[in-house]
Design a protein around this ligand. Structure first.
Ligand code: FNR
Length: 392
């Protein structure tokens, strides 16, 4: 079972299963810029801290003398059954944390049946991450996250490629049409996109390349990287958000499920439903975008009440334990995304580290469900929760 597998791994790639010690281990193992880029939140990191406090305000009420085995962690999303209610959040620039990068994390996910959501800001190209010849990642479920370019032809080309490498669901991130004020990165002068890292999917896109070649011609290859980075940034992070009407364009360019990531208001959740998307991720980007934004857990119940019957509601931001996952699922999320913990695993011990952290989180979820008297994910509902006004 999941729990004993986590314990038996005698040659553990990481010496701890404690989420806070994992963060310390990553701080020691990774380059300072790499660690700070992953760890850091926007502004004074108040939303990042509030994400954790929001989890602490919900407490679980366990039930006993009920069947809890065999546990069933499976869920259905968009007509497909997945092994667990956990997905790997899209995280860009993974070569900055460990050379195993996206391919390593995607392989770890494939091994555990966890969908890998490949970021547009990947450091490895889509076709390389999921190359059936050389990558275990090609065996697992995969979704694609879009940083939505202004140019529809570039968008069409990238989405066509995502489809042809087998991505099943499109996740369109709304909260990052411009980068946030992130003091740790600003102070270190660290901006991975400026040097081309994290631009692999854009840079290797044939339509992007054609348009770039038509407009620019630098004297040296380095000039070209800098100019291409600027051009790419102006396409995907220009500060010009799209409008709700533009969702129709995405519909034309993508024939699978579409999920909007970054929703924090009931009104936007209703707009998502009205505009015909299939799902949303209630998320504040792990506290990395608008500092002062509300914790996503705080908004989750209202959003589920408003649109849960019509849309698939997913959740992320601040999940560190199995109990956290249970709380979000009990509040109505159909599945949860995890970001930083798995990336810390990658930073400490590459593919094996990412796998170890993810396997531990699944084991913790499994174990916590059992302890709460819950056998299946479908049983989770608000009756097992109590909101308290103290943290701890
Ligand atoms: C992110 N996130 C993110 N989201 C996205 O849609 N595209 C991306 O490229 C990235 N890149 C990224 C890099 C790093 C280093 C982090 C930590 C996060 C946000 C991510 O998908 C998710 O919303 C948060 O990570 C969830 O919060 P936790 O689990 O990290 O607390």
């Amino acid at each position: 079972d999941l729990y004993s597998n986590a314990i038996i791994a005698g040659n553990k790639p990481i010496a701890t299963t404690d989420p806070n010690k994992l963060e310390d281990a990553a701080r020691k193992a990774m380059s300072p810029e790499g660690f700070n880029y992953v760890f850091g939140g926007a502004g004074e990191q108040s939303t990042m801290a509030a994400n954790r406090l929001a989890f602490r305000q919900w407490k679980l009420i366990p039930r006993f003398l009920r069947p809890t085995v065999p546990r069933d962690l499976r869920i259905d999303l968009f007509g497909k059954t997945y092994d667990t209610p956990v997905l790997m959040a899209p995280v860009g620039v993974q070569s900055a944390y460990h050379p195993d990068a996206e391919r390593g994390v995607a392989s770890a996910c494939a091994d555990l049946g966890v969908p890998f959501i490949c970021s547009t800001a990947s450091s490895q190209n889509l076709e390389d991450v999921f190359s059936p010849e050389s990558s275990d990642a090609a065996k697992g479920p995969r979704w694609f996250q879009l940083y939505w370019p202004l140019d529809d032809e570039i968008t069409a080309s990238i989405l066509g490629r995502a489809k042809s490498v087998g991505c099943e669901v499109l996740v369109v991130t709304l909260d990052t049409f411009t980068m946030a004020w992130r003091p740790l990165d600003l102070d270190a002068g660290y901006l991975p996109f400026a040097t081309g890292t994290g631009n692999a999917i854009g840079f290797n896109d044939p339509v992007f390349r054609r348009k770039f070649a038509e407009r620019f011609d630098g004297d040296t290859p380095e000039d070209n990287v800098v100019m291409a980075s600027r051009y790419w940034t102006s396409e995907a992070f220009s500060g010009h958000a799209h409008k709700w009407e533009d969702v129709q364009t995405l519909r034309k360019l993508w024939d699978g499920p579409i999920v909007l990531k970054g929703i924090l208001s009931v009104e936007d959740a209703l707009m998502a439903a009205r505009n015909g998307v299939d799902g949303i991720v209630v998320s504040n980007h792990g506290g990395r975008q608008l500092d002062g934004a509300v914790p996503s857990l705080e908004m989750l119940p209202e959003i589920v009440d408003a649109v849960g019957g019509r849309l698939t509601v997913l959740f992320d931001s601040g999940i560190r334990t199995g109990a956290d996952m249970m709380k979000a699922l009990a509040l109505g999320a159909q599945a949860v995304l995890v970001g930083r913990p798995v990336i810390y695993g990658l930073g400490v011990a590459g593919t094996e580290g990412a796998r170890h952290v993810l396997a531990g989180l699944l084991a913790d979820l499994d174990q916590s469900m059992g302890l709460a008297g819950v056998q299946t994910v479908k049983e989770l509902n608000r009756s097992i929760l109590r909101k308290v006004n103290y943290g701890g």
